[in-house]
Ligand binder design. Sequence first.
Ligand SMILES: Nc1nc2c(ncn2[C@@H]2O[C@H](COP(=O)(O)OP(=O)(O)O)[C@@H](O)[C@H]2O)c(=O)[nH]1
Ligand SMILES: [Mg+2]
Length: 370
Amino acid sequence: MSNRMRYVMVGGFLGAGKTTTLARLAGHYRQQGLNVGIVTNDQADDLVDTGILRGLGFDVEEVAGACFCCNFDELMDRMKSLGKEERPDIILTEPVGSCTDLVATVIQPIKHLFDTEFEIAPYTVILKPSHGRKILAAAKRTGFSPKAEYILRKQLEEADAILINRCDELSTEEVDELENLLTKHYPGTPVLRISAKDGTGFPELLQFLDQRGDFGKKILDIDYDVYAEGEAELGWLNCSCRLETPEPIEIDDVLVEIVELLRIALLDADAEPAHLKTIGLWEGFFGVANLISSDTPVQLSLPSKQKGSKVDIIVNARVACDPAILETIVRDALQEIAKKYQSDLSFKQMLSFRPGRPVPTHRFKETADS
Ligand SMILES: Nc1nc2c(ncn2[C@@H]2O[C@H](COP(=O)(O)OP(=O)(O)O)[C@@H](O)[C@H]2O)c(=O)[nH]1
Ligand SMILES: [Mg+2]
C-alpha cells in the first residue's frame, strides 16, 4: 500500500489562491526529493493556471472542458499520463473554483474504485477573505446571489481543514474575525492561517497534509438545483489572442492595463468579478495579472520583466454577469490596448458561456472503508 500515489486536492472559490498554493506546495515537495505531478481543471481550454504552473517547471496535465466531477474518467487518464515517464509520488490537483460536492464525486470515487493506486491526503479548502467574509457574515451586498453564495458555503462545509489565505495582507484582528465566522459556521473543522504569497503557515499546512488516515469523508447534503443555478449565474470567458507591436512593449504594463480596463468596465456594469486573470507569453517568458473582487486592487502576481513585440495573451474571466456582456467588455478592452500600442490584434479563440448543470460521473453517498 505504501507505494500508492498521494492524491492532494486543494479546493476553494474562484480566486481564493488555489494555484498559488499548489505552486508553493509543489515547490516544497520537489525540494524534499519527491516527484510531483499537477492536474489543473477548467470548463474551457486555454488555462492560465496550466501556463503558470508549467512556466514554473512542473509536470502539468489539464482536464479542460468539464470539471473533475463531471469528467472523472478524464481526471484518471490525466493522472495516468503524468505517470508515463516517471511515476509521481504525489499528485496535486486544483478543481474548478465554482465546483463543490467534490468529496462525493471525486475523492470517494477514487477511494472506492482506485484504492490500490491512490492514497487520499486531507482535503483542504481555501477561504477567500474578500468574498468569504461578506458571504459568511451575511453582508447585504456580496456581489453574488444567494445561490452562488451557497456554492462557497458548501465548499467550506466538506473540508477536512479550512485555510484562511492572504494573511500577509490582513491584520490579526481581521484574521481572528474570519476564524470566528468559520468556527461559527463549521464548528470542529480545523482552521489554518496561510499566505500562499509569502509562505506563512506552510510548515503547518505541509504537516497537516502529511497525516495518514481516513480523510475526505464529509459527504454533503446538497441541493443540485441550487448549486446548478448558482453556477449558471457566472459568466465564463476564456480567450486567447496575439498582440504584434511595431516596437517592443513592457509585457507587465500591458497585462496590468488590460485588467485595470476590465475592472473599470465591470464596475460600470455592476458585475462582480469572481476571478479575472491574464497571462502574457513571449519567447518562453511570461507574466500574470489578476483581479479577484471589485474591492481588491489589480495585482501583477507574476512579473515577466520583459519587453516583447509579439505577445500571446490569454484572458480567463469568471464574473457574475451575462457572458455576452463579458465578451463585449473583454473585446473592447483588448482593442483599446491594441489601439494604444498601435499594434495588430488577432483573436485565436473566444469562448464565453454559462457553466452547464453539473452531472457528476459518480456520486458516492457512502464513504469507502479504509
Ligand atoms: N496578497 C496575496 N495574494 C495572493 C495570495 N494567494 C494568492 N494570491 C493572489 O490572488 C490571485 C488569485 O490566486 P490564484 O492562486 O490564481 O487563485 P485560484 O483561482 O484559487 O487558483 C492571484 O493574483 C494571486 O497572486 C496570498 O496569500 N496573498
Ligand atoms: Mg487557479
